[in-house]
Design a protein around this ligand. Structure first.
Ligand code: AGP
Length: 589
């Protein structure tokens, strides 16, 4: 996904755009660009690289004008080049467009337009300013031209458009890609999410799919048919105003440290809603979780909990593969979609198909008003505030907390469950305090290794997989997580002298068996890092966790693994908040 912003006011647009883009940096950091308008002239600057570098290199602060648009790119169509950076322009550089999403029919549109129009980039976006140019040349207003252009395009888009031909306004619209408007007296904002202007205003209004907004002296909303419509501005959730590092070097560290608070907030749910959802899950003929990445690992823990506590078997299907099982999804199916962003395209696609087939949809999301939430029959919000680091950390423990809550409710033991989760919360707090120095030293010691392996059994297998994903994502070290028993079926061949093997083996019913697998790796030279509440001679390093009831180990084992990934990223000079090639939510398939 990319980040788009727009500003109209009585002060320099460039400064406001910079503030907004800074807040959206987690959405993409392949390239940066802005365009402003003043005295009938369009000014712009764009380049590859991170926001601060591009801003300084091109002195973007100096761009004149009180109206402008800005963009942070996460590349999809076209390489990471200056020509492909947004904004994109019409033939006369009078119309500037920033876009988030994918235009599916851009090749067809481009070949129609190429006879008359000059294209300079390899992006799908560039067809949009040329389409707008066509309509404006035919004599319609900027907003009409934007609306007519969007009638031609298929796919997902959020657009903000500015033109020196109509110098007092910006126009924004979207389909299948979020867009929020902000208002503060005579300053007006638009952005792909409300975090963008969290430090400039708290009055926000969400645009519905197909709606358009025109920002000038006034704010005019147009519905899908182009008729003026009314919109009520609401107050932004105060939690979303707290997205600062608060003294930490990186958001990832701050967000790992917020785990106990996130767990407490996740517990604050409408009891009736949870009870009704638990009953629906128990009643459903087939229950399928669908999710990607870290959220899928939360689903794997959820599957285990539903089975263990409530005797309910469920399946977990990776969202990018879910649509291929749609033959088996019908009105007897309950789909539980897990997605912190609520915008992941793979999850959205599967959910859409399941819905068409008559399935009931439940979702666990963090972003209020997100597309997946809108498509669900029932939604549980994680309530953990914004997660800015691209790596999911506190949202993962929030997802787990809600799955515990549901499972205990399904087992008719909700009060007992809540009490136990609160106890585990304290243990997580202590683990966070206890392990910092040790994990930092361990990271220094292992930072030059090329491969890490993570093994565990039972409910903790998902944590092995999550530990490995986190490491790959933020430190760019190759890692694999797998059930400990699976190791000998192939991967053991890769273990050599000094290979780090992280063994998650709490003192539960999996302890003895997992230790046997750890010994198998040690016999081949592995450097064994044990994550356990009991020390064992097979461990070369011991990461001590607290003793908890068996089903709760995922919550206490995942936090040190998040920290290990973080310290390894820092030790290798990587920015853990902005992992290479990734973005916070993946809105492409
Ligand atoms: C997690 O650290 C990753 N950034 C990634 O795997 C993520 O969990 C995945 O893209 C799913 O995102 P979602 O929860 O927003 O749907």
């Amino acid at each position: 996904m990319s980040g788009i912003v727009g500003f109209v006011g009585k002060e320099a647009a460039a400064l406001s755009l910079l503030k907004s883009l800074k807040n959206l940096e987690y959405r993409g950091y392949d390239s940066v660009g802005i365009a402003t308008v003043t005295d009938g002239l369009l000014w712009y600057g764009k380049d590859t690289g991170k926001l601060d570098e591009v801003w300084q290199k091109h002195c973007l602060e100096g761009l004149p004008g009180k109206i402008g648009v800005g963009h942070l790119r996460w590349a999809t169509h076209g390489g990471i080049t200056t020509a492909n950076a947004h904004p994109h322009f019409d033939c006369r550089n009078e119309i500037a467009v920033v876009h988030n999403g994918i235009i599916e029919n851009y090749q067809q549109l481009r070949s129609q337009l190429e006879a008359k129009h000059r294209f300079v980039s390899g992006t799908d976006t560039e067809v949009i300013p040329h389409l707008i140019e066509e309509y404006m040349d035919a004599g319609v207003s900027l907003e009409q031209a934007v609306r007519q252009a969007t009638e031609q395009i298929r796919g997902s888009y959020a657009l903000v458009v500015v033109s020196s031909r109509e110098r007092e306004k910006i126009v924004a619209t979207h389909r299948n890609s979020s867009l929020v408007v902000g208002l503060d007296m005579d300053r007006k904002f638009v952005a792909s999410d409300a975090l963008a202007f969290r430090d400039q205003t708290s009055q926000i209004a969400f645009l519905e799919d197909g709606e358009t907004v025109v920002l000038d002296e006034d704010i005019v909303f147009l519905d899908r048919e182009g008729k003026q419509s009314k919109k009520v501005f609401t107050q932004m959730d105060p939690n979303w105003n707290m997205a600062t590092k608060e003294g930490h070097d990186f958001f990832m560290m701050k967000e790992i440290a917020e785990a106990p608070e996130a767990m407490r907030c996740a517990l604050m749910q409408d009891e009736k809603l949870i009870l009704e959802m638990a009953m629906d899950i128990l009643r459903s003929k087939q229950v399928v979780f669908t999710a990607c990445g870290t959220s899928r690992y939360a689903a794997l823990v959820g599957r285990y909990l539903f089975s263990k506590l409530a005797g309910k078997f469920c399946d977990v299907i990776m969202a990018s593969e879910f649509q291929y099982f749609s033959d088996s999804v019908d009105r007897n199916t309950l789909v539980i979609a897990i997605s912190q962003s609520g915008e992941t395209a793979d999850v959205l696609e599967g959910v859409k198909k399941a819905r068409e087939n008559g399935a009931m949809i439940f979702s666990l999301v963090n972003m209020v008003d997100s597309s997946i939430a809108a498509m669900s029959d029932r939604v549980i919000y994680l309530n953990c505030g914004p997660e800015v680091g691209v790596a999911a950390t506190k949202t993962f423990v929030s997802q787990l907390t809600i799955l515990y809550l549901l499972a205990f409710t399904m087992a008719n033991r909700v009060e007992e469950g809540v009490g136990k989760i609160k106890d585990v919360c304290q243990k997580v707090e202590e683990i966070l305090k206890r392990n910092g120095t040790k994990l930092r030293e361990l990271a220094e010691r292992t930072k030059d290794r090329d491969d890490f392996y993570y093994i565990a059994r039972g409910i903790n297998f998902a944590i092995a997989a999550e530990g490995a994903l986190k490491l790959k994502e933020v430190s760019c070290i190759h890692a694999e997580g797998m059930p400990a028993g699976e190791l000998k079926h192939g991967t053991l061949a890769l273990i050599e002298e000094g290979t780090p093997v992280v063994v998650i083996c709490p003192k539960d019913f999996t302890f003895e068996e997992t230790l046997v697998n750890a010994m198998e790796t040690k016999a081949r030279g592995a450097f064994v890092i044990g994550v356990s509440d009991e020390r064992n001679p097979v461990f070369d390093e011991w990461i001590e966790i607290h003793k908890v009831e068996e089903i709760f180990y995922p919550l206490v084992t995942v936090v040190p693994l998040q920290l290990l990934a973080y310290y390894l990223a820092v030790a290798r000079g990587q920015d853990p908040d902005k992992p290479r090639n990734l973005a916070k939510s993946i809105v492409v398939k």
